[in-house]
Design a protein around this ligand. Structure first.
Ligand SMILES: Nc1nc2c(c(=O)[nH]1)N[C@H]1C(S)=C(S)[C@@H](COP(=O)(O)O)O[C@H]1N2
Ligand SMILES: [Mo]
Length: 416
């Protein structure tokens, strides 16, 4: 028997190319745990590294649709009205479609795309009805952008993950027809300044939107991450308004009416208008304010001292993220994090900061600046500006407590 040596990179624990091409490696390793993987020494056979040797039987054959590995336990944690994206489990910037957050006011309707129609009427030259097939005949557009619920903030406990704190944000590549294309088709009248969007679910959810947004970048979306929209996301068509609070992106879209004033629907009077200081109410607060959160290390992860790549997501509804800073000393000093390309407009951006943790207790946090110069505020600044009653558009800097034993806990703010 010939003896082959397996070369392993000590730092990453990865087998070298030479080792992988080595074929029937049978010999000679033992494993010693190091901080970043297992170092290989003489003394153990290669197959002993693999518990159930998958090379000894033919695997499962090709299927109709792929599945997630059974070793990966990622769930959306549903309540009756919403479910939250597990931000701490994501890599990169795209949310797998089946892990996109959900928020339904009256459940998910079943809609036959062959029967569904979109009506556009009101202050237009030519009121029209479009089938889904009609919509797909128009020139199409695809765009990667986030969608976030304006009520996306929870705190109050240490045992809270990024998903628990702000899992009502997700990102997809949306495909559809630009609303401006349809506006031209029906001939929107010059005096039309608002439009009403209406959903075909049991909530018949309606929102008034300035016509300008329709001309700017609104999409009537039928595609999500390369396939048809998921039923949870509004199958067969939804309105998608990049950068705006999620409730304006009406799902299961069936009607658009052009008018010259907002409709003052339930969704803009009783809901989605928020108390601000001095007993006043803010309405039509459409833009999603810039926000960031460290998703690793974050609860429930446990870490060891040494090198840690701090990772997270940052986004702004007003444009591009220009800067993310990370603090590893409870906000005393800040360091520039690396932004992973592509840094897209109104999109989740991945940031990273390599840090050597000496094992002492501390707090880590991130803060984003967007292209308008807006800097993510602290919890205290938000309360001072808006008062403590405001339930929407709450985007504070989120701190994680790092305990000496490596536990990572949310820092619960005590005001709400
Ligand atoms: N027709 C309709 N559209 C709707 C809703 C709804 O309940 N019905 N929920 C809104 C809210 S509050 C949000 S945050 C987003 C959620 O979109 P998602 O479920 O695709 O994540 O859809 C919006 N559009
Ligand atoms: Mo929402």
């Amino acid at each position: 028997m010939t003896k082959k040596i397996i070369h392993i990179n000590k730092l990453t624990g990865k087998l070298s190319r030479r080792a992988m091409l080595g074929g029937s490696a049978t010999v000679a390793m033992a494993i010693a745990q190091t901080a970043h993987g297992k170092a290989v020494q003489e003394g153990l056979s290669f197959t002993e590294l693999i518990p159930d040797d998958p090379t000894k039987q033919v695997g499962t054959l090709a299927g109709e649709v792929g599945t997630r590995s059974g070793f990966e336990k990622v769930i959306k944690k549903p309540s009756d009205i919403s479910s939250r994206s597990p931000l701490q489990d994501f890599y990169g910037i795209i949310t797998p479609s089946d892990l996109h957050f959900e928020r339904h006011h009256a459940g998910i309707p079943v809609i036959d795309p062959n029967k569904h129609e979109l009506v556009i009427h009101g202050l237009v030259d030519k009121p029209m009805v479009f089938t889904v097939a009609d919509l797909k005949r128009f020139p199409s557009v695809s765009r990667i952008a986030f969608l976030e619920c304006s009520g996306n903030f929870r705190t109050g406990k240490e045992a809270m993950s990024p998903q628990d704190i702000c899992g009502l944000t997700s990102q997809s590549e949306w495909t559809g027809v630009k609303l401006s294309t349809l506006f031209r088709e029906v001939g929107v009248k010059p005096n039309a300044s608002w439009f009403l969007a209406e959903g075909g679910d049991a909530a018949i959810m309606t929102r008034s939107i300035p016509v300008k947004k329709g001309w700017d970048d609104a999409i009537i979306a039928y595609g999500q991450n390369g396939e048809a929209l998921r039923p949870e996301q509004g199958y067969p068509v939804r309105l998608f308004l990049p950068g705006w609070e999620g409730n304006t992106s009406i799902k299961w879209l069936r009607r658009l009416e052009l008018g010259d004033a907002p409709w003052q629907t339930r969704e803009e009077t009783s809901k989605y208008s928020e108390g601000i200081k001095g007993g006043k109410i803010r309405q039509f607060s459409f833009d999603i304010d810039a926000r960031s959160i460290i998703t690793f290390p974050a609860f429930p992860a446990q870490v060891e001292k040494g090198w840690i790549e701090i990772r997270g997501l940052a986004w702004s509804g007003r444009g591009k993220v220009v800067k993310v800073e990370v603090s590893t000393d409870a906000g005393k000093s800040w360091h520039i994090a690396e932004l992973q390309e592509p840094v897209l407009d109104k999109a989740h951006v991945r940031f990273r900061y390599l840090w050597h943790w000496n094992g002492a207790e501390t707090e880590i946090m991130s803060r984003v600046t967007d292209e308008t110069g807006y800097i993510q505020p602290t919890f205290k600044q938000l309360i001072e500006a808006r008062g403590a009653d405001s339930g929407y558009h709450f985007n504070p800097i989120t701190a994680w407590q790092l305990k000496a034993d490596g536990r990572v806990l949310n820092k619960p703010e005590n005001v709400r």
